[in-house]
Design a protein around this ligand. Structure first.
Ligand SMILES: *Cc1c(COP(=O)(O)O)cnc(C)c1O
Length: 372
């Protein structure tokens, strides 16, 4: 009797069949291949076109020069020391990961499983749903407010006895809205204390707003809150893949047991530390980014398009027609942008804030396309 082979016999578990492959911002390499344009500007994944601190590049080069023979530290003491000094955490409250992405998945597989429920906002970062389905837990969605922030009242309405994790994104990707301090405090007070709240703050440096919730404060009080951060956005080290998270010890400790010990490489550890140490550089990038964000908002406004007011380094605009058509034409003009169709927003385009001279060229190209 011949044995059957192939997908009839080897099939992934049912929850994996519900996954959608991640649709990243198109890479410079692939658009270059399609268009033949060699001077592409990538405004599709919210990397910082200001680039990283020169000290981070130097530290990365030094790390390579001093050798790649040995495994990296899995509990990087000096990076924890730097993070602790800047953000006021103890090493036992900190963990690093291969990008915030790895940490988001690690948190989900550590704290949720089959028969559990995980709540996440929609539209928001796709990794929450992805990680939830990977573990076999059930995903439950919550909506946004008209300002494009996570609607915490709606999140509370979705809580059941089975809820294990709640993901919140502030500023939210792709809308840019923030959760304010007052809403956050009443949310925490109303929430059962057996639910872990994950605060994805990939863009928090850009929020620069006194009303934004203060994660450090909630963590210091021992609330079941974990803040996830990245070096990919304002620190401009997306290519190296490093992120970190902070939470009370009792939340971090199981994550350190569950994690892959060497997922963050030596070069990333060194560069991240140098980048964090150079806060003067980051403050400068921040102020230029905010000025450029205001410029971008004014440009969309002048042209009569509406958008969510953004506290991040992107603006998502309603172009009133198929945004994929605009994106394709913008690519031909050398600009890679992100149509929001994967988020169920077919008319919206997300554009990363870049230095003003680049944005001037972008809007000139946009207007030329508009004139047909
Ligand atoms: C970019 C982004 C991340 C991913 O960060 P990495 O550290 O590059 O993995 C996480 N969350 C949100 C909301 C993001 O936009």
């Amino acid at each position: 009797m011949g044995r059957k082979r192939g997908s009839a016999v080897i099939a992934p578990k049912p929850s994996i069949k519900q996954l959608n492959p991640y649709v990243p911002g198109r890479s410079i390499e692939s658009v270059m291949k399609d268009t033949g344009i060699s001077t592409l500007v990538k405004l599709s994944s919210n990397e910082s076109l200001w680039g990283p601190s020169p000290r981070a590049i130097e530290a990365a080069q030094q790390a390579v020069a001093s050798g790649l023979t040995f495994y990296p530290e899995s509990d990087p003491a000096s990076l924890y020391e730097t993070l602790g000094r800047i953000h006021h955490f103890a090493p036992t409250q900190l963990i690093v990961g291969n990008g915030a992405d790895e940490l988001l998945e690690l948190i989900t597989v550590t704290y949720a499983g089959a028969n559990d429920e995980v709540i996440y906002p929609v539209p928001s970062f796709s990794a929450y749903r992805h990680g939830t389905l990977m573990t076999g837990a059930r995903g439950v969605t919550a909506q946004l407010t008209p300002e494009g922030a996570v609607d915490l009242e709606d999140v509370l309405n979705q809580v059941t006895d089975r809820t294990r994790i709640i993901f919140l994104c502030t500023p939210n990707n792709p809308t840019g809205g923030i959760i304010k301090h007052t809403a956050w405090e009443s949310f925490l007070a109303a929430l059962p204390d057996n639910i872990l709240v994950v605060l994805d703050q990939a863009y928090v440096e850009f929020a620069n707003h006194t009303e934004h919730l203060q994660a450090q404060e909630s963590i210091a009080k021992g609330h079941p809150v974990i803040m996830v951060r990245t070096l990919s956005k304002i620190y401009a080290l997306a290519g190296l893949r490093i992120g970190w998270a902070a939470a009370p010890d009792y939340i971090i400790s199981p994550l350190k047991t569950a994690r892959q010990p060497f997922s963050v490489n030596r070069v990333a550890l060194s560069a991240a530390q140098a980048a964090l140490e150079d806060q003067t550089y980051i403050q400068n990038v921040l102020s230029e980014t905010i000025t450029a964000r205001q410029y971008m908002a004014r440009q969309w406004q002048t042209r009569g398009y509406s958008f969510w007011p953004s506290y991040a380094n992107f603006v998502t605009v309603d172009l009133k027609s198929d945004a994929r058509v605009w994106a394709a034409k913008l690519e031909q003009a050398g600009f890679i942008t992100r149509p929001a169709s994967a988020w169920g927003l077919p008319h919206h385009l997300r554009v990363t804030v870049a230095p003003i001279p680049i944005l001037e060229q972008f809007f000139a190209a946009f207007d030329a396309i508009g004139r047909g």
